[in-house]
Design a binder for this molecule. Sequence first.
Ligand code: BG6
Ligand code: MG
Length: 218
Amino acid sequence: MNKKGFIFDLDGVIVDTAKYHFLAWQRLAKGLDIDFTEEENEQLKGVSRVRSLEKILAWGNKTISQDLFNDLMGKKNEEYLGFIADMDTDEILPDVPRVLNVLKEKHQPIALGSASKNARTILERVHLISDFNAIVDGNDVSKAKPDPEVFLIAAKEINVQPEDCIVFEDSVAGVTAANTANMISIGIGSKDVLGHANYVFKDFTEITDDFIKSLIEN
Ligand code: BG6
Ligand code: MG
């Protein structure tokens, strides 16, 4: 039996949390008199909390003290945690459980590769934590996506060579990270944004069991 490594991003791939990150950042930016569009927000997806705030400040041409920077990072996370406080299995994106089940039936190793420091909390809340053979998140890496570090650590943890790994990603930075890691990248979202992925699907409902099986066999 072939063994491939399947690595999933979390926010915007497994759960519908990308909208909450956006809302939390947008509120915070408003308080600093900075406005940013949904298009600019694409550049924040997959990117670490620190790097996201740096980008927002750069868009608004603002320089702030380190103390205020730390304070704002804490505030953003509090706001975000408020949004996800009542999170349950309803927030799992359509057909994610089906795809996970196909992989489990075929005994393929499954890993998480997320920039979020809240990843474990979220996986527990949506009762998916036990589906993952390895979890690599924002607490485990020193370099944020588009650096491939998170995916390379995940591959090592599930004991699969990078070229035998398949990454599901909704962000520009994450697809770049997967490509740089020499993995197969599957973009979840729009072709206009994720055109650099090996494959792009609107969401998991478009990904058939046969397609997953073909990834395992090739
Ligand atoms: C990524 C999100 O998964 O995690 C980003 O796409 C977010 O929007 C990043 O900034 C860090 O998440 P957290 O939960 O540690 O603030
Ligand atoms: Mg994401």
